[in-house]
Design a binder for this molecule. Structure first.
Ligand code: APR
Ligand code: PHB
Length: 390
């Protein structure tokens, strides 16, 4: 089989790039390790920057997002028994975010790929990028006993943090930067009316909590837990009790609880791999970088990679201009690191760190006090939260 661009990974990054390139007449194939049902069973974040939303529309995948997604103009931060609101629109010069679950977005991308007859191979086993330093790279995968070879011009590694693409870059070329946080988030999805129309990020002496939502009848809540905890160790009652404890009294009193329909613990990690290009292999999204979920930057950082890659590929194929491809790694990383900084900062600001000394706690409080007392700080927060320009 021969295609122009072979994309490894059928998550949001791989599917969005494949769809955008297809619309420009560039031939792609997506090789996904798991079944579609498996990919769509993952519950992930749900806050989209306006830049990402624009890219979804350009990919002709924005219809349901625009119909069912909610535009949010602000968020709340609760701390020391008070709730402060950050007016994102006011401080970002009119921008906002869209609350729309990643699962739904991935479903829309799959449907769009189906509609255009896009090639998406599921259950592709042992996917292996080969000869990516040469002018004739190829990718092999196994379908049962058959090994299939895909010849291509470029390989896109969009196979997430645990994928094979990043690992195929030699160790003496790849530099990895990582911070692992000493806690995780226990998340619960419940078919209940959200406690608040806007997200509430809560800093509390017992640990961080977040009230988020997927729709007016579907809530998503999180609490910070030690890494040694397990979802099975947390009954629904224990979860709701702890969440209420960490929220301001008036919010806790309004919280509607119900059976959890999903419960899982995600460890928090910051990670960046450099460079994001090795020969004709280009990494995108979680394959190259991940963030703790605190700033809702994960999916959005993937989107900026896809934006740069999409334009670089179009310039290459339509104008014979390789500047975008040659500059891809540096350009993508410049924005990736800004998202890393913001996610790290928000994580440090709002969580309880087990080995903090009293001095650290005072600085945390001061950072919050500064945020809400300075218009410059609020502007900085807002421009990062709604998404820096691509
Ligand atoms: N071969 C083929 N596919 C693979 C392989 C492999 N060896 N390893 C992993 N995959 C697939 C995964 O099954 C997954 O469907 O690659 C896909 C990667 O998708 P994601 O992990 O969702 O990563 P990405 O598409 O970059 O999405 C951006 O932003 O909010 C964050 O983590 C969140 O998933 C989100 C990400
Ligand atoms: C979510 O809804 O899952 C969510 C929202 C905001 C975050 C993280 C997660 O910062």
């Amino acid at each position: 089989m021969k295609v122009q661009v072979c994309i490894i990974g059928g998550g949001p990054s791989g599917l969005l790039l494949s769809q955008l390139l297809h619309l420009q007449g560039i031939d792609t194939i997506v090789l996904e390790k798991y079944s579609r049902d498996h990919v769509l069973a993952r519950i992930r974040a749900g806050v989209l920057e306006h830049g990402f939303a624009k890219l979804m529309r350009e990919a002709q995948c924005g219809e349901r997002m625009d119909r069912e997604g909610e535009i949010h103009h602000g968020i709340h931060i609760s701390h020391d028994g008070v709730m402060d609101r950050i007016d994102l629109s006011k401080y970002s010069g009119g921008s906002s975010v869209i609350v729309y679950g990643q699962t739904e977005l991935t479903r829309d991308l799959y449907e769009a790929r189906d509609k255009l007859g896009g090639k998406v191979i599921h259950n592709a086993a042992d996917v292996t990028p080969c000869d990516v330093k040469s002018d004739r790279p190829y990718v092999t995968y196994r379908d049962g006993d058959k090994v299939i070879r895909v010849d291509c011009e470029y390989v896109i590694g969009a196979d997430g943090f645990h994928g094979v693409s990043r690992k195929s870059i030699p160790k003496d070329v790849l530099r990895e930067y990582e911070r692992v946080y000493p806690f995780g988030w226990l998340g619960v999805l419940s078919r209940t009316k959200p406690v608040s129309a806007e997200l509430i990020y809560a800093k509390h002496e017992r640990g961080f909590a977040l009230c988020s939502l997927r729709s007016q009848v579907l809530s998503r809540y999180y609490i910070q837990v030690p890494l040694s905890d397990t979802p099975e160790g947390w009954s629904d009652d224990a979860f709701w009790g702890e969440l209420k404890h960490r929220l301001p009294g008036e919010v806790a009193a309004k919280l509607i609880t119900g059976p959890s329909i999903e419960k899982s613990i995600a460890p928090l990690r910051s990670f960046v791999a450099e460079p994001m290009r090795y020969g004709r292999l280009l990494l995108a999204g979680d394959a190259a970088h991940i963030v703790p979920p605190t700033g809702a930057r994960g999916l959005n950082s993937a989107a900026s990679d896809i934006y740069y890659l999409y334009h670089a590929m179009v310039d290459h194929y339509k104008k014979g201009d390789d500047a975008g491809l040659d500059g891809y790694s540096n350009r993508a990383l410049a924005r990736v690191w800004k998202a890393q900084r913001f996610s790290w900062w928000m994580t440090m600001l709002l969580h309880r760190f087990p080995d903090n000394i009293p001095y650290d706690n005072k600085l945390q409080d001061t950072d919050l006090a500064y945020l809400f007392s300075s218009e410059a700080a609020l502007r900085s927060f807002a421009e990062n939260y709604v998404g820096l320009p691509f």
